[in-house]
Design a protein around this ligand. Structure first.
Ligand code: FMN
Length: 358
């Protein structure tokens, strides 16, 4: 029996709802996110969005063990490191989990091979439209999820073989697009019925989960809300910064000049943010004076944040590291186990549904 089947067998219909370990999911909620839960093979249709350095074996296993869907962030890992991480995660959970691969990784196809070798059931392609052959290969052994930033692309991705989509609004932490979650949801959810769609970006409470499910989402993806889970290996200083921060402190990186493009990233503002502006000013100055060409200037700007997320998450450099965080950071108020976070979200969702008479 595979993991997904095992999980389904563990789901017991109880008179008061569906039991997921210690948690009981209200029947109406279980019904609303059934399509997503069936697709993921777990009782709680909440994906913990892959977060580089944060989403490793401990957090991923804790999420899946709690009934949600953990996703390993491959980030810049080599195939050998990913192989180790998948095996280590599997040693901590028998439940299904996914692997998030960044499409511009130079060894993308080898990473897909590693997923295949380990019997990974769900592959998430992030960071741009994945090459057709990567989707094709991943589909031979797993379900494939892709990020859709617009309706046209959503339809193209489904045509290319995506089994499910994630739509992520600009409220999210990390690399973001220009459109908010509420607008993306209104544009994409009514237009896409063929595959399950998971909504991400700015979701911090159960009421919001219910709203998106009622609009047609199969489930949600959340990142920021799980950073301060007790099982997350993020540095205590990184967690403290999240607990202290308000929504307005999670800001997008600013591009100084369109000749030197900056990919927008949402993160907590710190001294690194200031220094980044200063660096852009200096590089732009050199470029305008003809001391460096556009390519060299662009590279210097891109290199500024290299290794910065690791420095913040692992080393606790909250002053100069990259403090990627979504606007839902204001709803992160304490360090607590994943099961407590899930229980709170489910309780909020249940209360919202009860208030509707559901
Ligand atoms: C610290 C951090 C690192 C992230 N790293 C990645 C990543 O490596 N790959 C990816 O696809 N998304 C990444 N994300 C985005 C999350 O997977 C998720 O989609 C996002 O956090 C959802 O929005 P929320 O932060 O409002 O919950 C990251 C987000 C954060 C906060």
């Amino acid at each position: 029996m595979n993991d997904a089947a095992a999980t389904k067998n563990e789901l017991r219909s109880a008179p008061h709802g569906v039991e997921a370990g210690a948690l009981v999911i209200p029947p109406r909620l279980a019904q609303l996110w059934k399509r997503g839960a069936d697709f993921l093979g777990c009782p709680i249709s909440i994906l913990a969005g892959a977060m580089s350095w944060v989403s490793e074996r401990h957090l991923v296993a804790a999420i899946s063990n709690a009934g949600g869907f953990g996703v390993i962030a491959c980030g810049a890992m080599t195939p050998a490191l990913l192989d180790t991480e998948i095996k280590a995660t599997r040693a901590l959970t028998k439940k299904p989990f996914g692997v998030n691969l960044i499409t511009m990784h130079p060894q993308l196809m080898e990473l897909v091979d590693v997923c295949q070798g380990n019997g990974v059931t769900h592959v998430v392609f992030a960071g741009g439209v994945p090459p057709g052959d990567a989707i094709k290969k991943a589909k031979t052994f797993a379900k494939v999820l892709c990020f859709a930033p617009a309706v046209v692309l959503a339809k193209r991705l489904i045509k290319n073989g995506a089994d499910a989509l994630v739509i992520e609004g600009s409220e999210a932490g990390g690399h973001i697009g220009p459109v908010s979650t509420s607008v993306l949801a209104q544009e994409i959810l009514p237009a896409i019925r063929d595959v399950p769609v998971f909504v991400a970006g700015g979701i911090g409470r159960g009421e919001a989960i219910v709203s998106f499910l009622e609009m047609g989402a199969a489930g949600v993806q959340m990142g920021t809300r799980f950073v301060c889970a007790s099982e997350s290996i993020a540095h205590p200083k990184f967690k403290q910064a999240f607990i202290r921060a308000a929504a307005r402190e999670a800001v997008t990186s600013v591009q100084l000049d369109k000749r030197l493009p900056v990919i927008p990233v949402r993160a907590l503002a710190n001294q690194g943010t200031e220094l980044f502006m200063e660096t852009q000013r200096k590089v732009l100055d050199k470029f305008v004076k003809g001391e460096v060409d556009q390519q060299a200037a662009q590279l210097e700007i891109e290199h500024f944040w290299a290794g910065a997320l690791r420095r913040a998450v692992i080393d606790g450099d909250v002053e100069f590291g990259s403090m990627m965080a979504g606007q839902s950071v204001g709803m992160v108020t304490r360090e607590e186990p994943v099961t407590a976070i899930m229980a709170e979200l489910i309780a909020q969702a249940g209360e919202a549904l009860a208030a509707r008479g559901g």
